[in-house]
Structures are given as structure tokens and as C-alpha cells.
Design a protein around this ligand. Structure first.
Ligand SMILES: [Zn+2]
Length: 473
């Protein structure tokens, strides 16, 4: 029997506002435990929360970037449960009326565009953190009250790889808006998934399980693959899937039962009496709309149309706002999109990953790269030399022109100089000459290699090839 897979994702994004959602404590990760706390986020009786406007701004930003409707009248709700890292005994969240709703994200799967609906995006405060050690459990309440957005997708995802692509696309959008760095490994983006399967074409959904504890997009994909397969085996054996929460175990590559399902009514949501309703008017939405940058999809489209880049290159160069900005800033100095695109994609990204820096902090500035590429474009230096020069630019911060001049790296395109070198090489390699003349023309690469070695990579390749072909022919 064929099965349909139905996946829904709940993503939590940690916002990078300066202060917490309902108090003036600093949002800061990695500081000594319990140093950013106050009566409000510690839940002292009688303390009152005050909504942080920047949190609302962030929610509207993401809502607009994902084509959501923005709710005019918003209320907050208490989500009640007991846990030692939640001193108030509840989280302030939104329940029936999320700030953003009915949005979508377009993803590219197998060369086609697919639209994933968003049910809602709502504001929520985070809980603290329990640290389980050998001597017991300690609690750090710095994270209590830090702002989150929860993004809930419609059950439009029908394959684990679509979930992977959706998460990547969502992350790109969030990072473009600048409201979070969305790093799943560091916990600033977290994802829970639910999955069910049903006989192909049937309308009614099957019993779903929830998956938690996945700390990378790849693990979400792996866990969903594993779980779809597990459910299929259960159903094909004639048994029923149990509704439950499962933890992904990275070591054994399996899901493991955590606890039986807690239904949402267990949280006993009720209206937060300490916060008045929040009204968002059109002027507020308009202000946020005008502050949004061009988003990844639009930028990618522009890169293909304006610069003639391939889909693949445009997608890569627009994947991060900083990289896209780097690329376009470089074009301001030297407008050769394809050449620049190739060098950003291959060499600059390599240098950034080796140095652990972001594109905005690149040791080679966009203008400096443009300077180097001009020398390459006018054939002053060979591509091989250009790479060496770039590495030295990254290491020393010197300009391409200085390195090329100081080290005498200009390309050798003087034919008499190359000719005499080539004659020496041919004399030193009589056997290869014989074989070449006997039809083994692929030996040309060997001779070019010899010339490059003799000139430390500075010989003009086209000219070298021409002279070699003439002399060997
Ligand atoms: Zn506080």
C-alpha cells in the first residue's frame, strides 16, 4: 500500500531584542547564571509585566515577511504548567488570537516551487534552563522571560526533505529580517515536529506522533524519515499508532518514547489579566513594512534577471543577507557579476569559513576583491596567481596592487620569453614530445604544467597553449 506523509512543524525563534519580553532585564546568553533577573521575570507576587515594543516589532516584521495577516486586537494568555525552571508557574503566551496568521513560505523542492501555509506566529516568553549534573540539578533563570516567536506550519509538508527545505527557507527569511540569528545548534532556533501517515488519497488524518530533541535541520529530516517508516511498519502489521511524544536519539538514530501526549487543554490557558489588549494600527504596520529589507526570494530573482546568474548561483549568493550585500558591494567597484559571483562563491566563502568570520567582517573587503578581479580581468595576473594573492590579502590586509607589484606577479605574456622557456622544456622531455607527436595529445596538459612550474604559475595560459601546439605540431 502507498502512504501519504503529513508533517507539521513548530519552530521557536529566540529574538535578539536588547531586553526581555515583559521586563527591563538584559537578554544575554552565556553570562553567569541568575545575573539577569528581576521580580517580574522571577514571578514575585505583585510584580507586573510590561510588554516590550521591540518584541511586537519583530513579530510584525516576520509576519509581513511571511505574507501573514497582522491582527489588530491582540491579547495575551497564561499557559500554565509546573516546572522548576518556570518560577511563575506559567508562560505568558498568545492563545486564540496570535499576532500573525494565515501566512505562507514558498520553498523550492525538486526544481518546483511549493507553498507551505503558516497557521500562526505568536509571541511567547521563554522559560529558564535546568542544568542536570552529577551532583543534582541547578537552575539558571537568565532565560526566563526572554522573547520567542513560535511559528506553526499548516500540515502542507509531505516529505522529510520538504521539512528540511522549509526550515532552511524560514531561517533565511528570519535572518534577513534581522530579528534573530536562528542558530539551531546554539538553541536560538528550535523545532518540534508532528507526523502522521495515511493511506494514499484518504482525507482523514492518521494518528500523529510528536518529535522533540532534534538539534539540527538534518536531524529533523532523519527523525521524520525514521518515524514515517516506523509508523508504516506499525500500520502494515495491523496495529495502531499510539499518540505520543518521542525523542530523537542522535546516537542510535531512532525515536524513543518520552511521555504520553499532553493535550493543549492541559495547559489551562486563560487570559493574562496583567496585560491590557494590544492594538496594532495600520501606521505601525506601515512603519515596519518600510523597514523590511529585500527578502531572499526577491533578491534571488533579481540576481538571475539583472546579473544573469544561474538559479543555483543566485540562490547561493542570496542565501544570507550579508553575502548578498558583499557581492553587490563588490560590483559597485567592478561590475562583472559572473566573475565576482564565482569568486565570492568559491574563494570568499572558503576564506570566511576558514577564518570563522561573517561576510560583514571579511578580512578581504568587497572593494579589495573588486581590485583583485580587475587585475585578473585585464590578464595582468593568471587565475592561479589571483588565488595566491587573495590568500595573502586575507592574511595581511594588503591591497592586490601592492602584492602584485612587490612580488612581481604580473602574468608573463611576452611570447619570446615563453618561447625560449618552452624550447628548453621540450628539449628536456624528448620522450613526451615523441608520444605527443605519436597522437597522445592529452600530454599537452603535462607541458602546460611544466611551463606553469617554470614560471611559478605566471605564464599566460592561452598563449602558452598556442606556442606549445605550434612547436609540437
Ligand atoms: Zn526581569
Amino acid at each position: 500500500m502507498d502512504w501519504d506523509i503529513v508533517i507539521g512543524l513548530e519552530v521557536h525563534v529566540q529574538l535578539n531584542t536588547k531586553t526581555k519580553a515583559f521586563c527591563a532585564c538584559k537578554v544575554s546568553y552565556g553570562d553567569p547564571p541568575n545575573t539577569h533577573v528581576c521580580p517580574v521575570c522571577l514571578g514575585y507576587p505583585g510584580s507586573l509585566p510590561v510588554l516590550n515594543r521591540a518584541v511586537v516589532d519583530s513579530a510584525i516584521k516576520l509576519g509581513l515577511a511571511t505574507h501573514c495577516r497582522i491582527r489588530e486586537y491582540n491579547t495575551f494568555a497564561r499557559k500554565n504548567y509546573f516546572y522548576p525552571d518556570l518560577p511563575k508557574g506559567y508562560q505568558i503566551s498568545q492563545y486564540k488570537d496570535p499576532i500573525c496568521y494565515e501566512g505562507y513560505v514558498d520553498i523550492a523542492v525538486r526544481g518546483e516551487q511549493k507553498r507551505i501555509g503558516l497557521t500562526r506566529i505568536h509571541i511567547e516568553e521563554d522559560a529558564g534552563k535546568s542544568m542536570h549534573g552529577e551532583d543534582g540539578t541547578l537552575v539558571d533563570l537568565n532565560r526566563c522571560g526572554t522573547p520567542l516567536l513560535e511559528i506553526v506550519s499548516e500540515p502542507d509538508i509531505h516529505a522529510p526533505e520538504e521539512a528540511y527545505t522549509y526550515l532552511n527557507t524560514l531561517k533565511q527569511i528570519v535572518r534577513y529580517t534581522g530579528i534573530s540569528d536562528c542558530n539551531m545548534e546554539e538553541g536560538s532556533m528550535r523545532c518540534d515536529a508532528n507526523i502522521s501517515i495515511k493511506p494514499k488519497g484518504r482525507k482523514a488524518l492518521g494518528t500523529r506522533t510528536e518529535l522533540k530533541n532534534m538539534n539540527s535541520f538534518r536531524n529533523v529530516e532523519r527523525a521524520l524519515k525514521y518515524e514515517a517508516e516506523r509508523q508504516r511498519k506499525v500500520l502494515e502489521s495491523g496495529a495502531a499508532v499510539t499518540q505520543q511524544t518521542l525523542l530523537w536519539d542522535e546516537q542510535s538514530n531512532q525515536t524513543k518514547a518520552m511521555r504520553s501526549k499532553e493535550d493543549s487543554h492541559d495547559y489551562r490557558y486563560f487570559p493574562e489579566p496583567d496585560l491590557s489588549p494590544l492594538r496594532i494600527d495600520d501606521a505601525w504596520i506601515g512603519r515596519i513594512r518600510s523597514s523590511l529589507p529585500e527578502l531572499p526570494d526577491a533578491r534571488k530573482k533579481r540576481f538571475t534577471e539583472l546579473y544573469g546568474l544561474t538559479e543555483e548561483d543566485a540562490a547561493l549568493l542570496s542565501s544570507e543577507k550579508e553575502i548578498a550585500d558583499y557581492f553587490e558591494n563588490s560590483l559597485q567597484t567592478f561590475n562583472n557579476p559572473r566573475l565576482t559571483g564565482n569568486w565570492v562563491k568559491n574563494e570568499i566563502l572558503r576564506i570566511l569559513s576558514e577564518s570563522g568570520k561573517s561576510a560583514a567582517e571579511s578580512p578581504v573587503t568587497p572593494a579589495a576583491l573588486a581590485g583583485l578581479l580587475q587585475f585578473l580581468h585585464n590578464n595582468t595576473i593568471t587565475p592561479q596567481t589571483a588565488k595566491t594573492v587573495l590568500d595573502e590579502m586575507a592574511a595581511t590586509g594588503k591591497a592586490a596592487a601592492d602584492i602584485i607589484r612587490d612580488k612581481g606577479l604580473e602574468q608573463i605574456s611576452d611570447s619570446s620569453e615563453l618561447e625560449s622557456l618552452i624550447e628548453t622544456i621540450l628539449k628536456e622531455n624528448p620522450a613526451e614530445c615523441e608520444r605527443y607527436r605519436g597522437g597522445e595529445t592529452k600530454l599537452l596538459a603535462f607541458f602546460i604544467g611544466q611551463v606553469m612550474r617554470g614560471t611559478k604559475g605566471k605564464a599566460d595560459q592561452t598563449l602558452t597553449r598556442k606556442i606549445l601546439e605550434k612547436k609540437l605540431g
